[in-house]
Design a protein. Structure first.
Length: 263
């Protein structure tokens, strides 16, 4: 009577298979039979399609915003803390802000980033069309590493992020008392603007680019951060201060925004 090994070998020859491995389809199921003392891997057709589809979805994630802030300035860090639902940033932290499309893809991107290093998740916003997240850490290398792992995972690069479009920018000098009161009532997370101050406003698309504008403006000049909205269809930044300080901050903000498209 032939042994089990002989019977298996005869079936291999009849199926036209080599002795290295066998692949037999049985009612919609792929069965891999290796030679030697190892396990048998069974993958159903439906599972294979799911895994393939999942990989395709990750590859279809569009990178809209990629902003790295080397050192969060005190006012911006405090402002971000007022809207953060995660771990609070502190001044001096490195920050990475990512915005992706579609919106629900931000969960996958967040999972990849957090598993890549010891960064902390400060904010995650899921919108209809876009999703945004903010990562913080005292060590810049951790933040940069998580960012690089995300880029590799979604098959993208910094050069492929969406360009920055400035939708509106203006300096309003010596603001009136009525105007100042209304702005303060609308924006209660930042500092208040006072009558007689000058005000710099900036609107960008995508929204996340206002963060680098705000951070560089605060580095350059003694200004007051009134409002920084980095989520939504457009990003909006409002700064206030003395006229000369606001002009200097505005120039720094515009240089920072311009550097996005020049890289």
């Amino acid at each position: 009577m032939p042994s089990f090994a002989d019977d298996l070998s005869n079936r291999r020859r009849r199926a036209g298979l080599r002795d290295g491995s066998a692949s037999v389809s049985i009612t919609g199921t792929q069965v891999d039979v290796p030679v030697g003392p190892s396990c048998v891997t069974v993958t159903t057709d439906s599972e294979g399609r799911r895994l393939s589809r999942q990989g395709g979805q990750v590859g279809s994630i569009q990178l809209r915003t990629y902003v790295f802030l080397d050192s969060l300035q005190p006012q911006l860090a405090s402002y971000m803390g007022t809207v953060s639902q995660g771990f609070l940033p502190i001044p001096g932290d490195a920050c990475l802000w990512l915005e992706v499309s579609p919106g629900m893809a931000v969960h996958r991107v967040t999972d990849i980033a957090l598993k890549a290093s010891t960064v902390r998740l400060g904010q995650m916003v899921v919108e209809r069309a876009f999703g945004s997240l903010g990562l913080y850490h005292r060590d810049q290398s951790n933040v940069l590493h998580s960012g690089q792992v995300v880029l590799e995972a979604i098959g993208s690069s910094i050069d492929r992020r969406s360009p920055c479009t400035v939708s509106w920018t203006e300096i309003i000098r010596a603001i009136t008392p009525d105007h100042a009161v209304l702005i303060n009532r609308l924006n209660r997370r930042g500092s208040m603007i006072q009558a007689g101050m000058s005000m710099f406003i900036l609107e960008t698309e995508p929204a996340g680019y206002v963060l680098i504008a705000a951070n560089e403006a605060e580095k350059s000049s003694n200004i007051t951060v009134v409002d920084v909205k980095a989520v939504g269809a457009f990003g909006r930044l409002t700064l206030a201060g003395k006229e000369g300080d606001v002009e200097e901050a505005a120039a720094a903000a515009m240089r920072a925004v311009g550097s996005i498209n020049s890289r």
